[in-house]
Design a protein around this ligand. Structure first.
Ligand SMILES: Cc1ncc(COP(=O)(O)O)c(C=O)c1O
Length: 427
């Protein structure tokens, strides 16, 4: 049957629209596929290089503590990661997830507000993914920290320390910088030129109090805020990496796991994985002075009145231990599966670090030493014959100016003097 002329015209129009939309659909599909392939390639390439050396760290028997307690006390030697800490795993996971979701473009800037290991790990691995790193830190942090970050190729912005509730807290500035990088990339995409870079501002303000924006290179491909405290890629790095490694390395024969928390990523990821494997594995938190987590785990309340966030800054002299202890509940910590919590003191951590150095040749940082204090307490509570795992987060090398400085310690009443484990009530 032959269609009438009007119908023939309509058929011709609808046919050409179909052909056109088919063409457009396939063009946009091939574009997004090629973008995706590009991202996947950068992740695959990174995994063949430096990134392949991250994780699968040895689980070391800490001979001195094992022999004294009659337990097997094992430390996951995270200080052997290329960036020198447990945070290498987190940096990789944060970047890969962001690249895969498209939240971070290759060539983009990862921003983070951190004075510690996470920033160093992000700066270490970012180039492997073709990305850059911008770090916002408080200006009272040891100058070596910004020197290390700059040596690693990161840009560093030192700002005045203020409360986390303040919009110009370094974490909040880091979040803002990612947005600014995105705006810049958008402008650049539209062919607009940006002003010259300036990262020597204080909390984003120049000396006349004028609000300034931190500038990134004009070819910047956008930004992504790493957000280690709330980003659950942190939890997943441990749930998918550290936890399974511990399970395999012990052949599933472990009785307890203990670690301190900063973001909570490690203790949450590992405890959740181990509990899923065997609910009988007991998981504990060790908490340093000045932290509200002990109260949260044991009594269900985060803060005492004077500890409430915004009323009281976490004073750097609350504790000498670095990277652990916090007065707010993070999304990562919320996922922890804990059987209890133990408190540790600064002096115990200092004494433990010297004990490990003298007896095992282990040169570890303050959080690792605190974790070992916790491991001994758990071993004593459980009795001989148990296997207890903890984390050796970073090396003592990062802690020379305070934790390993004799003068600093004696000024703060923390000079070590123990010969054995008497600082833990040992006979
Ligand atoms: C040296 C060091 N140890 C331990 C931790 C705590 O780990 P998490 O953040 O997974 O709780 C951190 C966190 O920043 C750290 O920097």
């Amino acid at each position: 049957m032959v269609a009438p002329p009007r119908a023939t015209g309509a058929i011709a129009i609808s046919l050409s629209l179909t052909i056109l939309s088919y063409f457009l659909y396939h063009k946009s599909r091939s574009k997004s596929t090629s973008r995706k392939t590009h991202k996947t390639l950068s992740v695959e390439k990174a995994r063949k290089g430096l990134v392949a050396a991250i994780g699968n760290t040895p689980l070391i028997r800490i001979n001195s503590l094992s022999d004294v307690t009659g337990c097997e006390i094992l430390g996951k030697a995270e200080f052997l990661n290329p960036g020198g800490s447990v945070k290498d795993r987190v940096a990789v996971k944060i970047i890969e997830e962001a690249l895969e979701s498209g939240a971070l473009a290759q060539g983009g800037v990862i921003t983070e507000g951190s004075a510690g290991s996470t920033a160093i790990s992000l700066a270490t691995v970012a180039p492997a993914y073709g990305c850059k790193c911008h770090v916002v830190i408080p200006d009272d942090v040891a100058i070596e920290k910004s020197q290390i970050l700059e040596a690693l190729g990161a840009t560093v912005e030192r700002v005045r320390p203020v409360s986390i509730t303040h919009r110009d807290h370094y974490v909040n500035i880091a979040r803002r910088r990612a947005l600014e990088a995105n705006e810049l990339a958008l402008k650049h995409g539209e062919g607009k030129q940006n002003e010259s870079p300036d990262v020597t501002l204080v909390n984003g303000y120049d000396c006349n109090g004028e609000k300034q924006s931190t500038k990134f290179a004009s070819d910047c491909k956008g930004g992504f805020f790493a957000d280690q405290f709330e980003n659950l890629a942190n939890f997943r790095a441990h749930y998918e990496g550290t936890g399974p490694e511990i399970w395999e390395q012990t052949g599933g024969k472990l009785d307890a796991f203990i670690a301190a928390a900063g973001t909570g990523g490690t203790v949450a990821g590992v405890s959740r994985f181990l509990k899923e494997k065997n609910t009988k594995v007991r998981c504990f938190l060790i908490d340093p002075p000045g932290s509200g987590l002990y109260n949260k785990v044991t009594r269900g309340v985060m803060y005492t009145r004077e500890e409430a966030e915004g009323r009281r800054l976490k004073n750097p002299f609350d504790t000498i231990t670095e990277g652990i202890g916090i007065n707010r509940l993070t999304e990562n910590f919320k996922l922890a599966e804990l059987d209890g919590a133990i408190r540790g003191t600064d002096l115990e951590s200092v004494e433990m670090s010297r004990y490990l150095l003298k007896n095992d040749g282990l040169f570890v940082g303050s959080s690792s030493a605190m974790n070992c204090v916790g491991a001994v307490r758990v071993a004593r509570a459980m009795g001989p014959g148990h296997t207890i795992v903890t984390i050796l987060c970073d090396s003592g090398m990062r802690h020379l100016s305070k934790f390993y400085d004799a003068q600093y310690l004696s000024e703060h009443g923390l000079a070590p003097s123990a010969l054995r484990l008497e600082f833990l009530g040992d006979a």
